[in-house]
Design a protein around this ligand. Structure first.
Ligand code: PMP
Length: 429
């Protein structure tokens, strides 16, 4: 490590404390971004295969100009009339089925999920929440409680119940009836909550189960769960913080793949391309019930600069057809990964949608034992060769390929070549 970086690292550790974590054995010190590329302090280029926040590309000029123009004109909050927040709510809700007609704004995915919990609890008058295993929904107290990735299931409060996240690769149910089997766990969770004295207010899931390892839910799973939770008097919250805004290619929202309409949807990361804006889109009657007992104000949420950024993101998504690009380049990467799998037995499974792809690494394909150590070495090897990504899943053996949506086929070829070389070095064939 260069001496300036070692110095920065030491100061950082002293000042930020040990709760902050860095990627890679040798941290990357980034100073600039453009499109799908990042640059370090020495001018070295890295292909960004990880960052979904810079959704339409790092420092996209249209988004940067929109932020700068509005920041130079006015920035206040939602207690004054302003066109941007209304225009954005109009364009955003137009992307949803008609029932989901009301938008509320905040600054992070955690805040969006907090608000969703409050909405669901006020609409139902209940407190119980069902979550999928190894899910992550935020960093606040209430959202940590629905994040089994961070808090072991046996330490969660009694009003939270955890169901196994569908896993059609390693899990116990893989066939045509997998969705039914996994949905049945929700019935069991409802019964368990009731035994503890809690009625279910909501079921919440990231619609691509990203923290659990990008396990695209089996067809009709989400749909079946929605009817189970509604029959029990609860609501379905779709966390679209990761899959939303066209990332999965075929659909703009992850839930659309399963042909059902959630009651509440939460949004974040890509919404402002890095500018902190997040939100909730819900049925108007749910918001109206909440509003009977509580107003909603968020000092920074939905301010004119944030909304200018979010409007510009929608412009770019449309003008540059980035949802189509996610599908096309995503399919291209998946085909390339399948070719690599022919010579790399450590590739156990390839799954995902659009530019949200999981490469599940195994010790051997029969046992499907997670190759945690190999995955760690691989992401460090990729980093050393100028490709940035990370690992996820309960065993940290799944490479997460989730680049900005402007990734090109040439970028994809570059990534596949580097991946091939990095894997060859680790497990020579
Ligand atoms: N939901 C999901 C699915 C997430 O992945 C995250 C962030 N990783 C959050 C919610 C929380 O978002 P934030 O970090 O913006 O609070």
């Amino acid at each position: 490590m260069k001496s300036q970086d070692a110095d920065l690292l030491a100061r950082r550790q002293q000042l930020l404390g040990s709760a902050y974590r860095l990627f890679y054995d040798e941290p990357v010190h980034l100073v600039r971004g453009e499109g799908a590329w990042l640059f370090d302090a020495e001018g070295r280029k890295y292909l960004d295969m990880y960052n979904n926040v810079a959704h339409v590309g790092h420092c996209h000029p249209h988004v940067v100009a929109a932020i700068c123009t509005q920041a130079g004109r006015l920035n206040t909050h939602t207690r004054y009339l302003h066109e941007h927040v209304v225009n954005y709510a109009e364009r955003l809700t137009a992307k949803f089925p008609a029932e989901l007609d009301t938008a509320m704004f905040c600054c992070s995915g955690s805040e969006a999920n907090e608000l969703a919990l409050r909405l669901a609890r006020s609409a139902t008058g209940r407190t119980g929440v069902i979550v999928t295993s190894h899910a992550y929904h935020g960093n606040s107290q209430a959202t940590c409680e629905i994040s089994p990735e961070d808090i072991p299931a046996d330490q969660l409060p009694d009003y939270i119940a955890v169901v196994p996240a569908p896993d059609c690769y390693r899990g116990p149910h893989r066939g045509a009836d997998a969705a039914e089997h996994y949905a049945a766990y929700v019935d069991e969770a409802i019964a368990a909550l009731r035994k503890r004295g809690f009625e279910p207010a909501a079921f919440i899931a990231d619609t691509i189960l990203s923290s659990a390892g990008i396990g695209v839910p089996p067809p009709r799973y989400l749909q079946q769960v929605a009817s189970i939770i509604r029959d029990a008097g609860g609501l379905f919250i779709a966390d679209e913080v990761q899959p939303g805004f066209g990332r999965t290619g075929k659909y703009f929202w992850g839930f659309e793949a399963d042909g059902f309409v959630p009651d509440i949807v939460t949004l974040g990361k890509p919404m402002g391309n890095g500018h902190p804006i997040a939100g909730v889109v819900a049925r108007g009657d749910i918001v109206a019930t909440f509003a009977k007992s509580s107003g909603y104000f968020n000092t920074f949420g939905g301010n004119p600069v944030s909304c200018a950024a979010a409007l510009a993101v929608l412009d770019v998504l449309e003008q540059e057809s980035l949802q189509d690009n996610a599908r096309e380049v995503g399919d291209y990467i998946v085909a390339g990964l399948h070719r690599l799998a022919a010579t790399h037995p450590c590739i156990g499974d390839i799954r995902g949608n659009g530019l949200f792809i999981a490469l599940d690494l195994v010790v051997d394909r029969d046992s499907k034992t997670p190759a945690t150590h190999l995955a760690r070495n691989l992401i460090n090897g990729l980093r050393d060769r100028g490709v940035l990504t990370s690992c996820i899943g309960p065993d940290n053996n799944i490479l997460k390929l989730r680049p900005p949506l402007v990734l090109t086929r040439q970028d994809a070829d570059h990534m596949l070549d580097i991946l091939d070389a990095a894997m060859l070095e680790l497990t020579p064939v």
